[in-house]
Design a protein around this ligand. Structure first.
Ligand SMILES: Cc1cc2nc3c(=O)[nH]c(=O)nc-3n(C[C@H](O)[C@H](O)[C@H](O)COP(=O)(O)OP(=O)(O)OC[C@H]3O[C@@H](n4cnc5c(N)ncnc54)[C@H](O)[C@@H]3O)c2cc1C
Length: 282
């Protein structure tokens, strides 16, 4: 099945894009999280969201959810790992499934983390961002796993079932229940070394011989997500129609730059959806 518009992200940018596209009768796929946006949820009070004065982040998220539900919009609770431009359509590789869509709207709200030294160079050659996709390649091998949140611990335990040795570097405070085979290191990853493939992970305290390194971040940088996407400093480059340098690919919200504001993200989501609708009509 090919969707008209795939929307990646369930913050105000992605949700407004979904609402607008749905109202314009498009066949949409909304990928993100059932919990919508963690950023919104963390907001103590939003004072400047039109029509909803002095609203807490969790109530704002709830009103977003009520709105999309009222239109019959469903969330596909999957993290997107890659988006490939196939010429006149896109293939979207998510954690569990592949999807096809004629256009894509990126609304991942990402704040750009700096990759580790050589990370991008070894992507697909020992560096992976997805345990479900690549775990089986490391059966009975030595791996290191770096994770930015405890949400990834299920994936880490899954990898422990496969690998012969597993070093785990959690970049967060409270660690949950982990497989006894996992060796935890409270260190800071610095760089990745290898020749054709990864051979070592270097931290601020040691060097580890490994066959693979899983880097499980909440957010994937847009350049990694979409090969060939034009960015500058910490933003995806878009024009006034929210169009990126890739035909049929639009972006909105924090991902396209400051100011980081919910109402701006929603407004841009509306523009991105209308631009995608116009693109489909052409
Ligand atoms: C503490 C705090 C307080 C704030 N207070 C205010 C305020 O008072 N007023 C205001 O206007 N703004 C405020 N903001 C900013 C506001 O929350 C953001 O500007 C807004 O949420 C950006 O919306 P977005 O849609 O671009 O991205 P986000 O809200 O960040 O949503 C991004 C979504 O994309 C999903 N996602 C990311 N990567 C992937 C992937 N690979 N696959 C699938 N889904 C993915 C995430 O799960 C998330 O659902 C605050 C932010 C914080 C953190």
């Amino acid at each position: 099945m090919e969707y008209d518009i795939a929307i990646v992200g369930t913050g105000p940018g992605g949700l407004e894009a979904a609402i607008t596209a749905k109202i314009r009768n498009k066949n949409i796929l909304l990928l993100g999280s059932d919990n919508l946006s963690e950023k919104i949820d963390k907001g103590h009070v939003f004072e400047n969201y039109l029509g909803l004065s002095h609203i807490s982040g969790s109530d704002l998220n709830k009103s977003f959810l009520d709105h999309i539900k009222s239109l019959g919009i469903e969330i596909t609770n999957e993290k997107v790992m890659n988006i490939y431009d196939m010429g006149d359509s896109f293939t979207i590789q998510a954690e569990k499934n592949m999807y096809n869509a004629k256009t894509v709207i990126l609304a991942t709200g990402v704040s750009f983390g700096k990759p580790y030294e050589n990370e991008e160079q070894f992507l697909g050659r020992g560096v992976s961002y997805c345990a479900t996709c690549d775990g089986n390649l490391y059966k009975n091998k030595k791996i290191a796993v770096i994770a930015t949140s405890s949400k990834e611990e299920k994936e880490v335990n899954f990898l422990a079932e496969l690998a012969s040795d597993i070093i785990y570097i959690p970049l967060y405070k409270d660690i949950g229940k982990l497989d006894s085979k996992i060796i935890i290191k409270r260190e800071a990853p610095v760089k990745i070394i290898g020749n054709i493939k990864v051979s070592k992970l270097v931290t601020n305290q040691a060097e580890y011989d490994v066959d693979g390194i899983f880097i499980l971040r909440d957010a994937i940088s847009p350049k990694t997500l979409v090969p060939g996407l034009a960015t500058e400093e910490d933003r995806v480059i878009v024009d006034r129609n929210m169009a990126t340098n890739i035909k049929g690919l639009f972006a909105c919200g924090d991902i396209v730059g400051k100011p980081y504001q919910a109402i701006k993200a929603a407004g841009e989501g509306n523009i991105a959806a209308l631009s995608a609708v116009e693109y489909l009509a052409e």
